[in-house]
Write a protein that binds this ligand. Structure first.
Ligand SMILES: [Zn+2]
Length: 345
């Protein structure tokens, strides 16, 4: 199987290939999706690509962009027999990845590569890393040996420790991960991108972008409050016991909060998809690989004035904030402000 055969994951594959092309493949990736075996197929294929002996295409940085599927390296990786490709899955009865397994993997990754260009470690069901194993893995994730590639696979990215996740570049595969197409989100994103494309990254422009985001979120919260309050039983009965009233009120507040979080996730998700587009464009990938091809012109204008590293940093900054907001009750405005004012656009 070659990378180009994963047609259904074109944006993610395009992203990996443009990183290979630019010689900027990350050292640690978190692949998430609906099925671990599908993710394993992608991970194993990537392992073949970086170690292929007669790649069909080679990128500008001299790295293969796909694998031949026929050389001895490709064949042995398919047969799980390549000495530089290590695959690890939960073993114990508790279906946990134990610290001993991780220690062995770390040792293997730090050894000099036998023959391949890259030492590749594939950790399936990475959400089953227990705390001890996670902690043992942190240092290697933070400072992976050169020419190593660590691939963590999971169906539950939110079950991983923050410390693990923040050290990996997250690629979401599978359904439910297409670029958003809700017209209201798209309209907002378009005005955000237009503003970003016109203004260079001056502090003032960043504040303008921040205020576009904050006002969109505030409007959405207001609309949710209005709609859910109108549907609440509080509006239907004039005479309610104070206790019941309190109960209705707290139910109402909880459902407002839940709906708001959901919508905020969609807005930030769209922003992330767009920052991915900008990143792709910094390495010359555009067109149908983009989540928002209609915004390509504006996105390309930004991609021309920043480096792939800056584009990747942008993506990471917003992804961190997105996850942090989804998982905890951090102060929203502060978190968004800190994040947006750091962007290089
Ligand atoms: Zn090959």
């Amino acid at each position: 199987m070659s990378l180009s055969s994963f047609g259904e994951h074109r944006p993610q594959i395009a992203l990996l290939q443009s990183s290979l092309d630019a010689g900027r493949l990350g050292h640690a990736y978190l692949f998430s999706g609906d099925s671990v075996s599908a993710l394993e197929a992608v991970a194993r294929t990537l392992a073949k690509v970086v170690n292929c002996q007669s790649p069909p295409t080679v990128g500008r940085a001299g790295l293969p962009l796909d694998c031949c599927d026929a050389c001895s390296s490709c064949k042995r990786i398919d047969a799980h027999e390549h000495p530089d490709v290590h695959e690890l899955r939960p073993e114990s009865k508790l279906r946990q990845i134990r610290i001993e397994q991780i220690r062995e993997l770390i040792r293997a990754v730090h050894l000099k590569s036998h023959e391949g260009r890259f030492k590749v470690a594939i950790v399936s069901w990475a959400d089953r890393l227990n705390d001890q194993a996670s902690n043992a893995f942190l240092k290697t994730l933070e400072e992976p040996p050169p020419t190593s590639l660590l691939l963590l696979l999971t169906t539950e990215p939110s079950a991983l420790l923050d410390t693990i996740r923040s050290r990996c570049l997250h690629l979401a595969f599978g359904e439910g991960h297409a670029a958003p197409h809700d017209p209201a989100v798209l309209a907002w994103l378009t005005s955000f991108v237009d503003t970003a494309a016109q203004a260079k990254a001056q502090p003032l422009a960043r504040y303008r972008l921040l205020s576009l985001l904050l006002s969109e979120l505030a409007n959405r919260r207001k609309a949710i409050e209005k709609q859910l309050s109108a549907d609440s039983p509080l509006q239907k009965y004039a005479d309610i016991e104070p206790e019941t009233e309190e109960k209705f009120e707290s139910e109402l507040n909880a459902s407002i909060e839940a709906e708001y979080r959901q919508q905020r996730g969609e807005v930030l998700g769209a922003l992330l998809w767009w920052l991915r587009d900008v990143w792709l464009l910094t390495s010359g990938t555009g067109g149908s690989a983009l989540g928002f091809p209609a915004l390509e012109e504006q996105s390309a204008a930004i991609a021309r004035r920043i480096s792939p590293k800056q584009a990747l940093d942008n993506l990471r900054i917003v992804e961190q904030t997105h996850l942090m907001l989804a998982r905890s009750n951090v102060q929203e405005t502060l978190a968004l402000e800190t994040s947006l004012l750091k962007l290089d656009l």
